[in-house]
Design a protein around this ligand. Structure first.
Ligand code: ADE
Length: 231
């Protein structure tokens, strides 16, 4: 599942430039029986299969031995929710081991070898692979040099706790719908002010929950109150 996603676009370029290195390890390589089995039936009964302790712990130990100090993250819907703030923090680590869950679950004893559990949302994926790929994409964007123009990361939605202002490109008019005139004015300060107001307005309309945590000036809070009164 991994190579096509990891080779594409920004992530592919980041690896070619040596900014990010991603190594894949197959848990089956750490199985001890001839069928290379990594799962088994659950004690106590119940549906589905459970990932076994030995191959997972052996894989974690081998990789850690090869690589040195490394933070071990397990992907599960029970983990901490992945956010931009946390992604920035994870990007500051030199190395991470990302362990995909599978089947109905993982033997609980694996958790003794895990530093942190991460979820990408309140829903169940059929495996942790997609979660890991999303994690790699999100976290890599915060690694220096991965996004060519650092402003793209800084101005992104969520960076200041708000949604991003609307964006436009050519043509100036499409089916009689134009571009806000301030963006054509060349007046940097007016543009900045307009973008900030649009950010506030959009966040209020689409994700009002974000406003509770956003860092806002008194003037911005007054602006939001005036928008709320006019709603
Ligand atoms: N594995 C299955 N569902 C998941 C989720 N929502 N987040 C992370 N890993 C998962």
């Amino acid at each position: 599942m991994f190579p096509s996603i990891l080779k594409a676009s920004l992530l592919g370029k980041a690896q070619k430039k040596g900014l990010v290195e991603i190594c894949l390890h197959d848990l089956r390589d750490y199985a001890t029986d001839k069928h290379r089995q990594v799962d088994d039936v659950p004690y106590g009964g119940g549906a589905g299969m459970v990932l076994k302790t030995e191959p997972v712990v052996k894989a974690l130990e081998d990789v850690a031995q090869e690589r040195g100090k490394i933070r071990r993250i397990f992907f599960t819907p029970q983990g901490r929710l992945l956010t931009a703030t946390l992604a920035r923090e994870w990007a500051s680590y030199d190395q991470l081991i990302l362990l995909c869950g599978r089947y109905e679950g993982v033997d609980e004893r694996v958790m003794d070898s895990i530093d942190e559990e991460v979820s990408i949302g309140d829903y169940i994926l059929s495996g942790g692979e997609l979660a890991v790929m999303i994690f790699i994409d999100v976290v890599s964007r915060f690694c220096p040099g991965v996004v060519g123009d650092a402003r793209s990361v800084e101005e992104e939605t969520f960076e200041n706790g708000l949604l991003k202002a609307p964006q436009y490109t050519r043509p100036e008019s499409f089916r009689d719908v134009g571009v806000p005139s301030v963006l054509l004015s060349g007046h940097h300060e007016h543009i900045k002010k307009w973008q900030r107001q649009q950010s506030l307005e959009r966040t209020l309309r689409k994700r009002p929950d974000l406003l509770e945590k956003a860092e806002l000036t008194d003037e911005e809070r007054r602006y939001i109150r005036s928008l709320q009164l006019n709603q």
